[in-house]
Design a protein around this ligand. Structure first.
Ligand SMILES: *[C@@H]1O[C@H](CO)[C@@H](O)[C@H](O)[C@H]1NC(C)=O
Ligand SMILES: *[C@@H]1O[C@H](CO)[C@@H](O)[C@H](O)[C@H]1NC(C)=O
Ligand SMILES: *[C@@H]1O[C@H](CO)[C@@H](O)[C@H](O)[C@H]1NC(C)=O
Ligand SMILES: *[C@@H]1O[C@H](CO)[C@@H](O)[C@H](O)[C@H]1NC(C)=O
Ligand SMILES: *[C@@H]1O[C@H](CO)[C@@H](O)[C@H](O)[C@H]1NC(C)=O
Length: 364
């Protein structure tokens, strides 16, 4: 360290004093500068002493923070780092693996009961533990044609995990009666629905590979099964390379943090989506499901599951196929519409409404 300036500085200060009697003006200027420098040093010292003592007041509370608090803080820093500093990439190399374990897997779901039986369609219905009423209404109404998973159409309700023991137990009991629930050990939240989709697709290709077509829907949707079977028959070739339903091209991310469909700039840095087929009801072939499952390993997680599926479809070079009759809203009820060929799905149909629609026959 070069300290040669110190004697030089002292020398300058002393020369000020020594030269006192040469000229009164120089002397007073020199003295003023000296006093200002001393004052400045005093103020800086006082401020830094105050700051340090203030910090010391806060130090004990920092030290009393528990180990887990510190860990949470570190995790938060890590989360911020990944979500705020680095936007979601469009592609990656094996970054999205699905390593969750089944909590309930009904292997009987796709069992064949005789040599000539085939499975035309497997239906995956997204639900939550609390929605027992919704599930019962669907079982009694539009799922009746499945003959409790013994006909050519199979179905299951999909769940993740919850912390509440009682609610878990209720679902276990419900499954003992109906044997129609599939559940994995990821946390069951809206933000995690993409895990549910991958769970469904994994089930379709590993435990139900003989099913020809796959429908994904929700527990507040009316599905017109006879109408859907006609669509599958008509579109069977298209569905080998497409996902079909209430599809939208040219949708944009919602940037309002209060919206159900909010996507932050970090989670999706582009201005438009590759489109999507509404998660209220989309259908495709088991072939496409297989391809989506494989490519999903290289498509980073995105929380809106229908948009995520569209990202995979784009990467595969397949397409989104809009079919009239798939509604992500609820068209006004008319039994001839709901039971005819022109309506396949209707959304936001609560359990009581589902049952009353089911019981109303078309008389025209
Ligand atoms: C933050 O992210 C960058 C790049 O994404 C990475 O290199 C760095 O290690 C991360 N830092 C922490 C503390 O996680
Ligand atoms: C065997 O399969 C055929 C064709 O799917 C079906 O019509 C028939 O009811 C089945 N028989 C039994 C006993 O399940
Ligand atoms: C309505 O439907 C339910 C379930 O499908 C059935 O149990 C009930 O008997 C029906 N009620 C009437 C009045 O038809
Ligand atoms: C349910 O389906 C069975 C045949 O599988 C039929 O006999 C019965 O009437 C149906 N029930 C309702 C409420 O539609
Ligand atoms: C999603 O599931 C994972 C795995 O169970 C869990 O760690 C994470 O907290 C869940 N995310 C949300 C937002 O619930």
């Amino acid at each position: 360290m070069d300290c040669s300036w110190i004697p030089l500085a002292i020398g300058i200060l002393f020369r000020c004093r020594i030269s006192e009697d040469k000229s009164r003006t120089t002397v007073s200027l020199c003295a003023k500068v000296f006093i200002w420098v001393v004052l400045f040093v005093v103020v800086v010292t006082l401020v830094s002493v105050y700051t340090v003592s203030h910090m010391q007041i806060n130090l004990p509370s920092f030290h009393s923070a528990t180990r887990s608090n510190v860990r949470d803080m570190l995790m938060e820093i890590q989360v911020r780092n990944t979500t705020v500093l680095s936007p979601r990439p469009d592609a990656c190399e094996a970054c999205f693996s699905h390593n969750f374990k089944y909590v309930i897997d009904n292997d009987v779901m796709c069992k064949l009961y005789n040599d000539s039986q085939e499975i035309d369609l497997i239906i995956f219905i997204f639900t939550t533990h609390q929605h027992q009423q919704e599930r019962n209404a669907i079982r009694q109404t539009w799922l009746n044609c499945t003959n409790i998973n013994k006909a050519n159409i199979r179905y299951s309700f999909l769940l993740g995990e919850v912390s509440d023991e009682n609610i878990r137990k209720l679902v276990e009991d419900e499954n003992k009666i109906h044997n129609d629930i599939i559940k994995e050990d990821f946390v069951d939240t809206y933000q995690n629905l993409t895990y549910k989709t991958i769970m469904a697709f994994k089930y379709a290709i590993t435990k139900c590979s003989h099913a020809k077509f796959v429908l994904k829907t929700d527990d507040d949707v009316w599905v017109n099964i006879p109408g859907l079977l006609k669509v599958l028959q008509r579109e069977k070739m298209t569905l080998q390379t497409a996902v079909a339903g209430a599809c939208f091209h040219g949708a944009n991310p919602n940037r309002n943090p209060d919206s159900k469909w909010y996507a932050s700039i970090q989670s999706y840095p582009h201005d438009s989506y590759p489109g999507f087929c509404s998660g209220t009801g989309y259908v495709t072939s088991n072939n496409v499901v297989n391809k989506i499952f494989e490519i999903s390993k290289n498509v980073p997680f995105f929380h809106l599951e229908d948009v995520y599926v569209a990202m995979c479809i784009r990467k595969l070079g397949y397409r989104l196929h809009k079919i009239a009759g798939f509604n992500n809203i609820r068209p006004p009820f008319d039994p001839c519409l709901y039971k005819g060929d022109n309506l396949i799905t209707s959304h936001e149909v609560p359990p009581e409404m589902l049952i009353s629609y089911w019981n109303t026959t078309c008389t025209r």
